[in-house]
Design a protein around this ligand. Structure first.
Ligand code: BDR
Ligand code: CA
Length: 318
């Protein structure tokens, strides 16, 4: 039986690869997508999600979600300042405009109704954007914490972050939401940290292999990953390293290939919401005398071999 899941995302190029893989893999059933403010404004992450689903020829309901973080009007450093002059974060992905449209029901009521319905008891929630929608759903209906069977999150770093030395983008964008979600008491929380995603980058050779498969999903993913590699290589001297981390699809890979994670730690985790230099930092308390019981499993290393095998299996199937 396929693993059923809802994807809460901010599409976003790596979120898009996650959607391509999710809709193609025979072991996965993408039940619905909810969108959130993050890589782009929510109207753009919604349009991008629809573009990707249309390109893949997949019909999956899309529910648009939060337009701004839980407690802040904008990112800790406003988006316009953060992305000023960035050629990487464009509002729209380079696929034809969407023909399909979002559902009328928005993300938070959808998530609440879904998880209060017994027919969703087996449906994993995968969150690859800022955790605003998930935090709002839990605030609306606290019983959700006991009803979400598993939450897999792309976010946080045990080592350095990517927006600041301390913080990874998704947790930094909405630290209050990340803190609330990790403190909600959901029984099975898996965090795919930057440490894991950076340990298993994908290469130009992987993109060539996906292109060779020739389906719209495979070529679409290759196009997006190549763009990430080109961006990461810009300004780097010589040919050297030609691979880049592709964060979000690793959460989806984990659903059917848990062996993609080769090192993890079960620990009490929390998110910094006030630090002037550490806002959005994931704190992983590995002290043997930590007074709090573990509330998450944090993936720290991953296998690039398993990761590309997962993607190849997905793209060869569809
Ligand atoms: C995360 O931030 C976003 O830019 C990506 O889509 C990914 O979810 C990586 O820090
Ligand atoms: Ca994302």
């Amino acid at each position: 039986m396929a693993t059923r899941f809802i994807l809460d995302c901010d599409t976003g190029s790596d979120d898009a690869v996650a959607i391509f893989a999710a809709t193609a893999h025979p072991g996965l059933e993408l039940v619905a997508v909810t969108t959130v403010n993050g890589n782009a404004a929510v109207e753009h992450t919604t349009e991008n999600t629809l573009r990707v689903l249309d390109h893949a020829g997949a019909r999956v309901p899309v529910h648009a979600g939060a337009a701004r973080p839980l407690a802040r009007p904008d990112f800790p450093v406003p988006r316009a300042v953060l992305n000023a002059g960035s050629a990487f974060q464009r509002a729209h992905l380079d696929f034809p405009a969407a023909v399909s449209v979002p559902e009328r029901r928005s993300a938070v009521p959808f998530l609440v109704d879904a998880y209060m319905d017994d027919s969703y008891a087996d449906v994993t929630l995968v969150a690859t954007g800022p955790l605003t929608n998930v935090a709002l759903a839990l605030a609306t209906e606290p019983r959700l914490a006991a009803r979400i069977p598993r939450l897999v999150i792309m976010g946080g770093a045990h080592g350095n972050g990517n927006v600041t030395a301390a913080a990874e983008f998704n947790f930094w964008v909405d630290p209050e939401a990340a803190s609330a979600v990790l403190g909600a008491g959901i029984r099975d929380v898996v965090i795919m940290s930057l440490d894991a995603t950076h340990s298993a980058p994908l290469s130009r050779a992987d993109c060539d292999a996906f292109d060779g498969i020739g389906t719209p999903a495979a070529s679409g993913a290759a196009q997006l990953i190549r763009h990430r590699i080109e961006h990461d290589q810009a300004g780097v001297e010589g040919s050297g390293d030609v691979s880049s981390p592709v964060h979000d699809p690793m959460c989806v890979a984990f659903l059917v290939r848990p062996d993609v994670v080769t090192e993890s730690v079960r620990a009490f985790v929390s998110v910094e919401t006030t630090g002037s230099r550490t806002l959005g930092e994931l704190l992983v308390d590995t002290r043997p005398w930590c007074p709090e019981p573990p509330n998450a499993t944090v993936a720290l290393r991953a296998s690039a071999e398993v990761y590309r095998d997962f993607l190849r299996t997905a793209f060869l199937a569809n």
